[in-house]
Design a protein around this ligand. Structure first.
Ligand code: PLP
Length: 353
């Protein structure tokens, strides 16, 4: 039993979901061939091919920073550039890893609302320079859902990929929470990736119930040439690969990947709904996935901390709450009722003053 009450500061606070853990335990049966030439890794890759209805190439790495950086590096020469939103994880939270692993490919940052790139923003940036002194645009990366929890519709992805084709750019998708986007859209994974023009997807496992691990999926198999060497050189080739791949079999074969995401999303909606029309509280972004960002007056945030709640305020000073597969609805309700009580109390004090 956990000695600490559940917190929603990050979806990385969650443990391993039963389906992923069970698969890891099953994989822990005697010995198996190392470095990915094992049955579990084959099964996981095949499960992705079934899920995406495509003969994609699949790779497994330890984390999302590596997945994004290596995927982008594989699409770029060092003199190329990558168009991303100003809120993109590759820009704000990867310590320069995309530039490092690509030997210098520059990120070209577009100002964006809610972290979403638009066809216009891409076109403007891609056409801003065409001379030899500027790094040549080569890739667009979008985050699905965005870092603040907004989901690109299928039409939005299609519109972006159309501009990419027109301008000769590849399209990469950072899907650290890709399952949550699928849950929101109710689309098949194929419909919002390769059928909508995405070339490479990083599909997050960690924020979907795994202990560790992300997969990189190349829909254009030619782009995956020698990607295994890139993973190895970057220290991302797991020697006991079966423990990185087996949890995917557990998630994908059972449908837990989608159920986990639906549950996480439902908990975010549950919190947002419970806070409607409260004085001093407002949503910073529409709630479309498993994130809730709240604007709240400083005394309310202080009060929440005093009551023991943990949360981050790194985006615009608002409080971020993230929900995972294991979010306890009763705990969500208790967060909501603490916020409600603090907001009403603070409101009354302000009215009285
Ligand atoms: C969590 C996250 C990642 C992966 O981060 P790691 O800590 O490197 O696993 C990538 N992109 C987004 C949008 C994320 O939220």
């Amino acid at each position: 039993m956990s000695s600490h009450p559940q917190q929603f500061a990050s979806d990385n606070y969650a443990g391993i979901c039963p389906e992923a853990l069970a698969a890891m335990t099953l994989a822990n049966d005697g010995s198996a061939v190392a470095y990915g030439d094992d049955e579990w890794t084959t099964r996981a890759s095949d499960a992705f091919r079934r899920l995406f209805e495509a003969e994609c190439e699949v790779f497994f790495v330890f984390n999302g920073t590596a997945a994004n950086s290596l995927a982008l590096a594989s699409l770029c020469q060092s003199f190329h550039s990558v168009i991303c939103s100003s809120a993109a994880h590759v820009e704000t939270d990867e310590c320069g890893a995309p530039e490092f692993f690509s030997n210098g490919s520059k990120l070209l940052v577009a100002p964006s609302e809610g972290g979403k790139l638009t066809p216009d923003a891409i076109r403007t940036l891609a056409n801003s320079r065409s001379d030899i002194h500027f790094p040549k645009p080569r890739v667009v990366t979008i985050t699905q859902p965005t870092e603040t929890g907004q989901v690109y519709s299928r039409d939005e992805v299609l519109a972006i990929s159309a501009v990419c084709r027109e301008l000769g750019l590849k399209l990469h998708m950072d899907g650290a929470r890709f399952a949550q986007a699928c849950a929101t859209l109710g689309c098949t994974p194929a419909d919002i990736t390769w059928r909508a023009g995405v070339d490479v997807l990083c599909f997050g496992g960690t924020k979907n119930g795994m202990a560790v691990g992300e997969s990189i999926i190349f829909f254009d198999r030619a782009l995956a040439l020698d990607f295994d060497y890139r993973c190895k050189q970057a220290g991302q080739l797991a020697s006991k690969m079966r423990f990185l791949s087996a949890p995917w079999v557990g998630l994908l074969d059972s449908g837990a990947w989608l159920n986990n995401a639906r549950h996480a999303n439902a908990c975010a909606t549950r919190l947002a709904d419970a806070l409607e029309d409260l004085p001093g509280i407002s949503l910073m972004f529409p709630v479309q996935a498993n994130a809730v960002f709240l604007h709240a007056r400083p005394p309310i945030l202080d009060g929440l901390r005093t009551k023991g709640w943990r949360f981050y305020t790194f985006i615009g000073g608002g409080a971020r709450f993230m929900f995972a597969w294991d979010a306890d609805p009763a705990r969500v309700d208790s967060l909501a009722s603490d916020i409600r009580a603090l907001a009403l109390e603070e409101h009354q004090e302000r009215v009285a003053a």
